[in-house]
Design a protein around this ligand. Structure first.
Ligand code: BGC
Ligand code: BGC
Length: 622
């Protein structure tokens, strides 16, 4: 080293290398996967403008943003959802991923590149996706009462959902429906706290864990226990939809009941990793849950130690009293963290900003809300994996998933009556008549929240109808005939008649019914089939107990099949004895309509009021 100029150049070069290395390491802390989540949250929050914070709090509806994808970037929108029946066209896994990735690219083009989180109501499988496997609605899983089964269903639902790009599932519903006139009775696992707490926690574990890994695992989705709290405790006639409704109504429970009956499932959910919880549309003591600071902040966040985020229900702020600025202030101050606006997001953003500027919402509350949302986004690995991994799309609707749905459908069946050794059915019977609109109707089998918000009538998706499964189950010489309206007049009596009857699909308040009698058409059909069959089995497809006292008396055997989903071979496997019946009633079954109003927790249940008690299981010899 005799040349000083050469030495000087070498030093400059080495210094340059060091600075470059430093620059590379100077990725912001929040972008470094190895940093602790809380450090990443604090770093990111410290960089955000008020507008960017407001964006994170805003959840918009897919249909509202679809034509204005650039708004996600410019407004820094933090979340988009598909409401019931909001799917891309064509409704394929690839189109879902394209749709969500397009939204995500807009979010990633924003200044701080904060990924958005996309949510759907996958309440019994990825219901909105054509071709996804559809599991029994929760009422059936409550009848099966099998935590391991529910965990496996959560696992498959997470996989089929995540494969389409969705990160977030608004499930499980862990309310305790107390009045079966409610159109959401089937979304509940049952009427008892312990049952709901156990199965809700199991489902959450299924969604949020894979092989001992948590949300950081790529094939998990974020679950959302809902609707906090007392959604099933509303009283008939108190609904905003009118005196002939119950949905979103006034819940009636004491502080003691709150803690003993309705809160334990949330406690179990928090213990088992709940990171987002949806607030109920209902009210308590004349105040909407969305403005109950005591319940949201004091009980759920402080007492139960919930450190995830609270999301509002669909447009629920609109139902609060006051100006639009009052509404958002009440909700945020009560403890809401993300608002499912869902459509008029420009107005919402304006109102939220005005409320903050005029100090109606403290800055600290906004920071807390955003901190909670970001925390979960980091936990989910969204910053590392914002775009869809399409490698599991071929698994959607695969045989193993269908087998699981079939197993669940079979395990959910409850025998209400079995006389004359009707069950298990004889697969060598000479002749079988099958009747009823629900026999050949995947839409009825699946119920609400399937393809469309309200479900569909007919066979519009892949799956196996009860009729198809029956045909597959009987032996070759058996003559099986089907008539939707049960018209077998002039024909000989069949050895076995099977009436498959029940409710048309519905969701939310569309399913509120003052009258839970079986329809006249179904009643007549059952009577006609009685005449034409030696042994009569009635299979009831319904989202709740209905008034069936006369029909139970008339039939030789009666099975409650609830809303079994897309794979009815699971139903026939059990009807024909290939697998055992094991379901028990998750809801008390009232005898007549007047007791549907009275069957209430704590009220004496007598033979006069109750047709079948909670936990009932009819006997079938094997
Ligand atoms: C329902 C929620 C659902 C949301 C989004 C609301 O009307 O009450 O259960 O998650 O819509 O579809
Ligand atoms: C949406 C549902 C939502 C309902 C509530 C519908 O338009 O599709 O997801 O639950 O509105 O009002």
């Amino acid at each position: 080293m005799t040349n000083p100029r050469g030495l000087y150049q070498l030093i400059v070069f080495l210094l340059g290398l060091m600075t470059m290395g430093k620059l590379a390491a100077a990725q912001p802390v929040y972008m470094q996967p190895k940093q602790r989540v809380e450090a990443r949250v604090a770093d990111l929050l410290g960089r955000m403008t008020l507008d960017e914070k407001i964006g994170q709090i805003t959840q918009v509806d897919r249909d509202a943003i679809a034509g204005k994808v650039a708004d996600i970037k410019s407004l820094g929108i933090g979340s988009v959802l598909s409401g019931g029946g909001q799917y891309p066209h064509p409704n394929t896994a690839a189109a879902w991923a394209d749709m969500i990735d397009a939204f995500q690219r807009s979010a990633l083009a924003s200044r701080l590149k904060i990924p958005l989180i996309y949510g759907v109501d996958a309440v019994h499988g990825h219901g909105a996706l054509m071709g996804a496997v559809i599991f029994p609605h929760n009422i059936g899983l409550g009848a099966a009462n099998d935590e391991a089964l529910v965990r496996r269903i959560g696992r498959v639902t997470a996989l089929e959902t995540k494969a389409t790009g969705v990160h977030w599932d608004f499930a499980p519903m862990i309310g305790l429906p107390q009045d079966y006139r409610w159109g959401r009775t089937y979304e509940g696992y049952g009427e008892k706290t312990d049952l709901v707490a156990r199965l809700g926690a199991a489902y959450l574990q299924g969604l949020q864990t894979v092989d001992g890994h948590g949300l950081e695992h790529p094939w998990t989705v974020l679950g959302t226990p809902k609707h906090y709290i007392g959604d099933g405790a509303a009283r008939w006639g108190t609904s905003p939809f009118g005196s002939n409704h119950i949905d979103r109504g006034e819940a009636k429970f004491s502080e003691d009941e709150l803690r003993k009956v309705y809160l334990p499932p949330y406690r179990a959910a928090v213990t088992n990793g709940a990171r987002s919880i949806m607030v109920s549309f209902s009210s308590w003591g004349g105040l909407k849950m969305h403005e109950q600071r005591y319940l949201l902040t004091d009980v759920l966040k402080a007492e139960l130690g919930f450190t995830g985020f609270l999301v509002s229900d669909w447009g629920a702020l609109d139902e609060l009293k006051g100006s639009s600025i009052d509404k958002v202030s009440k909700a945020m101050n009560a403890g809401l963290d993300m608002i499912m606006v869902p459509t008029k997001y420009q107005d919402f953003i304006y109102d939220l900003k005005a409320a903050i500027k005029s100090e109606m919402i403290p800055q600290g509350r906004i920071d807390d809300a955003v901190r909670r949302i970001l925390r979960v986004k980091f936990e989910l690995g969204l910053f590392e994996r914002p775009l869809t991994d399409r490698s599991a799309q071929a698994k959607i609707g695969m045989q193993a998933h269908r087998d699981l749905a079939a197993e669940a459908a079979g395990k959910s069946l409850v025998v209400l009556k079995n006389s004359n050794a009707t069950l298990p059915l004889d697969r060598k019977a000479a002749s079988i008549y099958v009747a009823g609109k629900a026999a050949d109707n995947l839409g009825m089998q699946c119920g609400g929240w399937t393809l469309e918000w309200q479900g569909t009538d007919g066979n519009h998706r892949p799956g196996t109808t009860i009729l198809a499964a029956l045909k597959g189950a009987v032996s070759a010489p058996t003559k099986l005939e089907f008539s939707a309206d049960g018209n077998f007049n002039g024909k000989e009596k069949a050895a076995i008649g099977i009436a498959v009857v029940g409710e048309m699909p519905y969701a939310e308040w569309h399913g509120d019914r003052a009258d839970l009698n079986l329809s006249d058409a179904d009643k007549q059909l059952i009577r006609r089939l009685r005449e034409r069959s030696v042994k009569l089995l009635v299979v009831l497809i319904s989202g709740r107990p209905l008034v069936v006292s006369d029909e139970v008396a008339l039939a030789d055997a009666f099975v409650a099949a609830w809303l079994p989903g897309s794979e009815a071979q699971g139903v026939t496997d059990v009807l024909f004895g290939k697998r055992p019946f094991q379901g028990r009633l998750p809801y008390t079954w009232p005898r007549s309509m007047k007791y549907f109003e009275r069957i209430d927790r704590g009220e004496p249940q007598t033979a006069e009021t109750v047709l079948f008690p909670y936990g009932f299981q009819g006997q079938v010899a094997r």
